[in-house]
Design a protein around this ligand. Sequence first.
Ligand SMILES: Cc1cc2nc3c(=O)[nH]c(=O)nc-3n(C[C@H](O)[C@H](O)[C@H](O)COP(=O)(O)OP(=O)(O)OC[C@H]3O[C@@H](n4cnc5c(N)ncnc54)[C@H](O)[C@@H]3O)c2cc1C
Length: 560
Amino acid sequence: MSGNGRRAAWETLGTQTFDVLVVGGGIVGTGIARDLALRGVRVALVEQHDLASGTSSRPTRLVHGGLRYLEIYDFGLVREDLREREILLRVAPHLVFPLPFLLPQYGRSGLYRAKLRAGMQLYDLLSFDKSLPSRRWLSRDEVLEAEPAINADGLQGAWRYFDAQVPLVERLVVENALDAAAHGAVVLNHARMERFLRDESGVVTGAIVRDSMGSAMGGQQAEVRAALTVNASGPWLDMNDREIRPGTPPLLRLTKGVHLVTPSATRNAHVLFAQSDGRLFFVVPWLGHSLVGTTDTDYRGDPAQAAADEEDVRYLTSEARRAFPEAPFDRVHYAYAGVRALARVEGVKEGQVSRKHKVLDHLLKDGVAGIVSVVGGKITAYRGIAEEVGDLVARRLGVEAKSETERRVFPGGELGGSEGLASYVKTELLPRAKALGLDGEQAEHLGRTYGALAHEVLALIERDRTLGERLLPDGPAVAAEVVWAVEREWAATLADFLLRRSCIGLRADQALGGLERIAEVMGRVRGWDAARCEEEVARYREEIAPMRRFSTAESGLGTE
Ligand SMILES: Cc1cc2nc3c(=O)[nH]c(=O)nc-3n(C[C@H](O)[C@H](O)[C@H](O)COP(=O)(O)OP(=O)(O)OC[C@H]3O[C@@H](n4cnc5c(N)ncnc54)[C@H](O)[C@@H]3O)c2cc1C
């Protein structure tokens, strides 16, 4: 959204009364905004930093029931999530893809293997309505053929089963916001909820929202009035709820999870058990790299400050190397850390805490009307959570419309009957891209990032051919993406564009080779002077510095 668009959004926020104010622009908040907007509810959503800048951009990026949760007897959660997996594969076919996993077995007793077989059967049973292939046992030789890099010592074979991956969760968040806005929602990022507004009887009537971009927007502030406020602020929930529930114990248990992004090291996705402590972790192919994670350790403090430390990196590197002795896990492009917001349970280990969400009506819990909070919840479950909140809000507001999100395909998912994204890129996007002087890699990049919305990006190039210019000498992204991100997708800073719109900041080099140039292109759209462009580059470097602390490129240990 351009500067003018932001100004208009501030104006609307401060002058209109909404049915619902959503606080938090992660997957849960934007999902709720979309669910409600599609029902015709008048929604405002505010995000203190950027859409998807919180936990939603730091996961393993799986859409899965979670085999692991069978171990803690969370059958209901697994079933629900497997159902959601099917829905997301259908409504977001450009962002959610089937992913085969190998679960290798080493020196296990007959009893253990029988238990695991039962677990795999149960996982299949709980996904009885699935479109994905069923599990299959692979012999030792078959595993070695499928994954030559795997540790062969004591290998008995592996289960092969399917789950799904959402490589760019950031885009799923943005598309939820886009569709919400297309149905009337007012969405504003870099707008922080400072405190809730209360009437004389204590009912929450909205919130004071302040611009969090510093001086750039002149310290805008608005009193946003709404019949109901939904607190979807993820791991920040307890910080934001304090005045609603003074003196009561926190609702959340926060745990930190770290992932390493390394050079591509395996052909397949793997579910592995750490030798040092028996914990389950993943090695997953991701954007041409490998993603290794995760850890799970109690966390205190501001979730925005969570970062990988030496112990996290040592643990993941050494476990991955045990599993794939020759693979390049000694090289790290970067690492990212996220904070899980789990419904609080004490006295059990981090990994034993249920991942099930709760929707809290503060009227019933604390006697405070006008506000609802969402506690916990996985990405996989977000659509169902949004529907649950939507139903509650609809009951409160007397809205009869039902949720539409189970069937309604995302704007970028309208692949015109093509059999999947690859065929869509080949038959629909490529010819149009080629006519504009772009190559196959660029058509692929646009399709994988924006799905069918790539046509809108190409339309910008049709109007102004200079927008077909590459942003990076060795990458497929084009200048038109900057225009699209600023004008249509609320990208207000260089980091917003790189990390959470085009996602080219997730490359191995995090686009460090082209920052000045990209800032200049963005500056032309946003009206920045040279000093502001420099400031944006510096801020981006600052934002990714914690991710690059263990980069072997940075330390000169590896050749990236
Ligand atoms: C290491 C790790 C791995 C994971 N892997 C998976 C996985 O593979 N699959 C899966 O399904 N789930 C996974 N999850 C869980 C999943 O990432 C989270 O449950 C999900 O992203 C939570 O989304 P959210 O919208 O609730 O929170 P967030 O994404 O954190 O969004 C909350 C937003 O609220 C904003 N906010 C906070 N306070 C304010 C305020 N005062 N005013 C305005 N805005 C505010 C924040 O800036 C933030 O953007 C993983 C989590 C972690 C940590």
